[in-house]
Design a protein around this ligand. Structure first.
Ligand code: TYM
Length: 348
């Protein structure tokens, strides 16, 4: 029986990327620009990439079972249509790899209530009636830490809204390593990069674009057709001023800034370059240009998603094969965690 001191504790971790998306509703342009598009880029840069539809996170608020299944498949289709290749990346749904839930329990015993109480996303999601929120919603960030640490992932591409959760992941890893006197878990690096780390609502430039916003006009869904995309952009809230000639000129214009950011991310430019190219333009000119760009980028993705959704059995097969590969990485790591924490494992 190995004692904690006998456990192999790698000092250096080879780079490995992990990220996840909740299948808790239709995906938006925010998910695409802040996450999916970058997931495909990371894969193409050659680091090992592991991507997950976090269905167990989704049920921290109630989900209709049939819809959850549909949304998980649609999420998988969105990954693939955005350029994530299930042969080169590992793509799976969380509940098929039980290491996530198992490690989450251990992390529940590492994380402190005081840390959880500071999570702004819990406060936002629980709303005024926090007493009625599920225990799972409260413990959500410990499961997220487990998602990442079950693979010894070192880098996590996400949008800005996940920053605090990744800081908590680091805190959990540091405390686990410290409490057990090991260098077992890597201290993860968030990758919050690019022009669209926080895509805002089309109706209110101070609110995040979100699948849970009651107004469908506030977001572009990955399932929207070309007409819907163009109409939503045309109707997006803006001001009457022309675009300025420096980024500074957008400081107090959140809606204008948002459209410039979206344009930049879709075109693969920086926001500053978009400003240089469009200085002096009125929204009557800029919006149709943005709509045309958005349709040209998004329409092929929507078409490919629809094609993939014709064959749900094939999507399930891809998720199952991905889960097998994920399990092969996570299980030995979890076995070591059990050794470190002093659990007897005599059935192996
Ligand atoms: P979720 O499902 O809310 O969002 C998935 C990804 O999309 C990004 N995103 C955005 N980026 C820019 N602008 C927006 N308006 C926007 N809306 C969403 C999110 O930042 C995220 O990267 N807790 C996570 C899921 C998760 C996870 C993980 C992520 C579970 N385990 C482990 C990374 C690693 C979440 O709810 O994301």
């Amino acid at each position: 029986m190995s004692e904690p001191s006998a456990v192999q504790t790698p000092q250096a971790f080879s780079p490995r990327i992990f990220s996840g998306i909740q299948p808790s509703g239709g995906l938006t342009l925010g998910n695409y620009l802040g996450a999916l598009k970058r997931f495909a880029e990371k894969q193409d840069e050659g680091t090992q990439t592991i991507y997950c539809l976090v269905d167990m996170h989704a049920i921290t608020v109630w989900q209709d079972p049939a819809k959850l299944r549909q949304q998980t498949r649609e999420g998988a289709a969105a990954f693939i249509a955005s350029g994530v290749d299930p042969a080169r990346s590992i793509l799976f749904n969380q509940s098929q790899v039980s290491a996530h839930a198992e490690l989450a329990w251990i992390f529940n015993c590492v994380a402190r209530l005081g840390w959880m109480n500071r999570m702004t996303q819990f406060k936002d999601k629980a709303g005024k009636n926090a007493e009625a929120a599920s225990l799972g919603l409260y413990a959500y960030p410990a499961l997220m830490a487990a998602d990442i640490m079950a693979y010894h992932a070192t880098h996590v591409p996400v949008g800005e809204d996940q920053k605090q959760h990744l800081e908590l992941t680091r805190d959990i890893a540091i405390k686990f390593n410290h409490d057990y006197g090991v260098e077992f878990f890597p201290i993860v690096e968030p990758m919050i990069e690019g022009a669209a780390t926080r895509v805002m609502s089309l109706r209110d430039g101070t609110k995040k674009m979100s699948k849970s916003d009651p107004s469908d006009q506030s977001r572009i869904n990955l399932t929207d057709d070309a007409d819907a995309i163009a109409t939503k952009i045309r109707k997006a809230k803006t001001d009457a001023e022309p675009l300025p000639d420096t980024l500074d000129g957008l400081k107090d214009r959140p809606e204008a800034r948002n459209l410039v950011n979206i344009y930049a991310a879709l075109a693969g430019m920086s926001a500053a370059e978009v400003i240089v190219e469009n200085a002096g333009s009125l929204f009557g000119t800029f919006k149709p240009k943005l709509a045309e760009l958005a349709v040209s980028v998004m329409a092929p993705i929507t078409t490919e998603m629809n094609r993939l959704m014709q064959d749900p059995a094939e999507i399930d097969r891809i998720l199952g094969a991905g889960a097998d590969r994920a399990e092969a990485i996570a299980r030995p790591i979890l076995d070591q965690v059990y050794d470190i924490t002093g659990m007897i494992r005599s059935r192996r």
